[in-house]
Each structure stands twice: as structure tokens, then as C-alpha cells.
Design a binder for this molecule. Structure first.
Ligand code: GDP
Ligand code: MN
Length: 380
């Protein structure tokens, strides 16, 4: 789950990382009132979960109430890379001497945490990585040992920050590591981490992705549910308890087990199609869940054909077949469904489908046949 900048900063503040005081607002009047309370100058920042807000005009400095009003009116409702701005974060403006980059994430390849620090912050880190990879100091941290102060010092020194920033940066990075591990995040990123002319180091931006597998031990995360930026398809799927991720193509995908669904996406790609989504109905999916899955995919306007790929294990193919038949009775299908069933009770499942086969319900014997068929239908 991705947080907005202001939520990330509130998290950082709980771990002692210096952030500017600020307020989140949703209207122009509230923005001006907040700016007046904070005292000028302030920065008005569009809260959308995409980078490059600065360049897109979503971040503006205001030195007076009039300026705050004008900027708030401009930014609220503005669209940045497809995201409409509904919330503004207003914070006390900072003076900047230097801009750095800092982050922690998991390096899956080596099964260790990866810290990245660069004296060249403010710009996108992908750009730094491409143009001057040596400007990023990396550190691998074993989660069992943690990040020692000595290792943190050595890392900061390698990154070549201004010496005036070193001590404060070591403190911020230790706190950031705690926010990342104790906070159960998959990613914490500060870009820019700034050095002020008077020698303070603090977080001017915050990007945080939480590990949803840890939700059971974070009651406080329920506060994010109402604000989470999901596309409408994802919102509907989540409300129905489905494991769904929206993609850009036109072939709707339903499968059981993350591995099988991933391979289904690959095979559809391989035969020239583009998946519209990832949807894993999980093990033991019954008829009702299947019908819900078909419903969600059917409501996706970009879907032109649907592929159901089930390997029966705990999930029984006859129940899946019943679910599909139930869905056909419940929703008016906008696109044809190709079904491939194999595994437990496949024969029974196929027999059920055979009784309903039509132009819109097509059975296919193998995954590759099913993918070819569904891509052909999607292109028709
Ligand atoms: P992003 O463009 O979405 O990454 O948004 P950021 O929060 O990183 O802001 C982009 C840029 O705006 C920063 O790199 C700063 O140069 C500038 N900026 C943000 N806040 C302040 C501030 O308080 N004072 C000044 N002078 N510049 C700021
Ligand atoms: Mn930024």
C-alpha cells in the first residue's frame, strides 16, 4: 500500500526524522487558513502518488495569503499523470543549501535490505543511476544484524555529502532504517533530503510503501483505508476480497494461485496479447468468488475478452465451472470467456461447461490454446 507524502511524513515524524510542520487540506479556504496559521512562506504540495509533481506544477511557494489562495485554487483539481489532486499538503517553506537522496528497500536478489544515498538528490534517482551510477552510495544491511552506527557513518562518508551534514544525516538514516523495519515498509524514500543553510538536515519529501502482509499488527493503518488511491477496478475487487491488480491491456485474466496467474500473463503476452489485469482467486475458490471475479473483470471497460485459467488442486474444477455458469446468469457479459480447466475434477468441470458452450463461453484444452483463442477474440 502506497502512502501520500503527508502520511509518509507523519510516519517519519513518529520515528524522530525532522520534517516541516504542515497541514493536509481539501479546499481553498482551508488551505489559506492553514497557511495563515503556519506563517509565511509556505509550500503548497499536490498529494498524488506519482513523482515529478514539482515539474508538473503541483508544488508552489506562497509568501502571502493571496498567493496561497491563488496557488491552492490552481493545484486542487489539477490532473498530474492521470491523478486528480484532491488533497493539498501545506508546509512551512524550507531554505535549501543542498538536496540529497536517501532510501531503503529490499534487495530480493541477495535477500538483504538495500540503502541508497546520494549527494545528487532532488532529481529522479533513475536518472542519477543512468547518468552517474557512481554517485549513489549503496549499503546492504542484514536484517538480523541491523544497521550499526559505524556502518552508517562509513556509508554517509562514502556518499560524499557536505561534511556539515554528516552527523545529522547519520541520525536521519538510522531513524529511517527503524521507520522502514519497525514500520513494516517495503520502501521508504526521501528525495530530497535537504541540508539547510544553517546546517540542519530534514526530509522535504516522503515516499512510503507499506507491506500489507503486516497489516495485522498495525491497527493504525486502518486510517489509510479511506484515503488509499486505488483505481475504481481495484476498489471494487478489494471490496469483494479479490487479489487484483489493474494493468493496461484488453485481455481480462482470472486464475488460481499467483504463480499460475503470472504465467498466464506471460503466455498471453507471448502470443501477442496484453493482459488487462492480474486476478488470483486463490486456493479453494468456490462458485461465489468465481462469479465475483467474472463480475469485476466484466465491469472493466477496456476488457475485450476474458481468460479463465484454473488448475484444480484444493480448488475443484466442477465448482469453478459452476461459478462461471452462475456468473453468466448474474451478469450480462460484455465479452467472450475462454476457459481452461485442468486438475482435480477437470472432467466433471468440462462436462458442466459443455452444457453451456456458446459464442461467449469457449472451452480450451491447454493454457496455450486458451491464450491464442482469447487473444484472437480480443482483437476481433
Ligand atoms: P516531487 O517533484 O514530486 O518529487 O516533489 P518534492 O516534494 O520532491 O519537491 C520537488 C522540489 O520542490 C524539491 O526538490 C525542491 O527543490 C522544491 N521544494 C519542495 N519544498 C520546498 C521548500 O520548502 N522550499 C524550497 N525552496 N523548495 C522546495
Ligand atoms: Mn521528491
Amino acid at each position: 500500500m502506497d502512502l501520500f507524502e503527508y502520511q509518509g511524513k507523519q510516519l517519519f515524524a513518529r520515528y524522530g526524522i525532522p520534517v516541516s510542520p504542515g497541514e493536509a487540506v481539501e479546499t481553498v479556504d482551508a488551505a489559506v487558513a492553514a497557511a495563515d496559521r503556519l506563517g509565511y512562506s509556505v509550500v503548497l504540495k499536490a498529494q498524488v502518488q506519482v513523482g515529478g509533481r514539482g515539474k508538473a506544477g503541483g508544488i508552489k511557494l506562497a509568501a502571502s495569503s493571496d498567493e496561497a489562495r491563488a496557488h491552492a485554487a490552481d493545484i486542487l483539481g489539477m490532473e498530474i499523470k492521470g491523478h486528480v489532486v484532491g488533497v493539498l499538503w501545506i508546509e512551512k517553506a524550507s531554505d535549501i543549501a543542498e538536496e540529497y537522496y536517501a532510501s531503503f528497500t529490499l534487495d530480493r536478489a541477495v535477500k538483504l535490505h538495500l540503502g541508497m544515498l546520494s549527494a545528487q538528490g532532488g532529481v529522479e534517482i533513475e536518472q542519477v543511476a543512468a547518468e552517474s551510477p557512481q554517485a549513489i552510495a549503496r549499503i546492504h544491511v542484514d536484517p538480523v544484524d541491523g544497521l550499526s552506527e559505524a556502518a552508517c557513518w562509513a556509508w554517509v562518508e562514502r556518499a560524499g555529502l557536505n561534511p556539515a551534514a554528516t552527523e545529522a544525516a547519520v541520525q536521519v538514516l538510522s531513524d529511517l532504517y527503524r521507520a522502514y523495519t519497525d514500520g513494516d515498509a517495503d520502501l521508504v524514500e526521501i528525495n530530497p533530503l535537504v541540508l539547510t543553510p544553517d546546517g540542519r538536515v530534514h526530509a522535504l519529501d516522503a515516499k512510503v510503501t507499506l507491506d500489507e502482509n503486516a497489516a495485522f499488527r498495525h491497527e493504525e493503518w486502518s486510517a489509510y483505508e479511506g484515503t488509499e488511491a486505488l483505481d475504481p477496478r481495484e476498489r471494487e475487487a478489494k471490496s469483494k476480497g479479490l487479489n487484483y491488480i489493474g494493468l493496461d491491456g484488453e485481455v481480462g485474466i482470472i486464475g488460481n494461485g499467483a504463480g499460475l496467474v503470472m504465467s498466464t500473463l506471460d503466455v498471453v503476452n507471448q502470443v501477442g496479447g496484453a493482459p488487462a489485469n492480474f486476478l488470483d482467486v486463490g486456493g479453494g475458490a468456490g462458485a461465489d468468488l468465481l462469479a465475483n471475479a467474472v463480475e469485476v473483470i466484466n465491469n472493466d471497460p477496456q476488457v475485450r475478452a476474458i481468460l479463465v485459467n484454473i488448475f484444480g488442486g484444493i480448488t475443484k474444477c466442477d465448482e469453478v465451472a459452476n461459478g462461471i455458469v452462475e456468473a453468466l446468469g448474474r451478469v450480462e457479459l460484455r465479452s467472450p470467456i475462454v476457459v481452461r480447466l485442468d486438475g482435480t475434477n477437470a472432467t466433471e468441470g468440462r462436462a458442466i461447461l459443455a452444457g453451456h458452450e456458446s459464442d461467449t463461453l469457449i472451452a480450451a484444452p491447454t493454457m496455450l490454446d486458451a491464450a491464442r483463442k482469447v487473444v484472437e477474440l480480443a482483437k476481433r
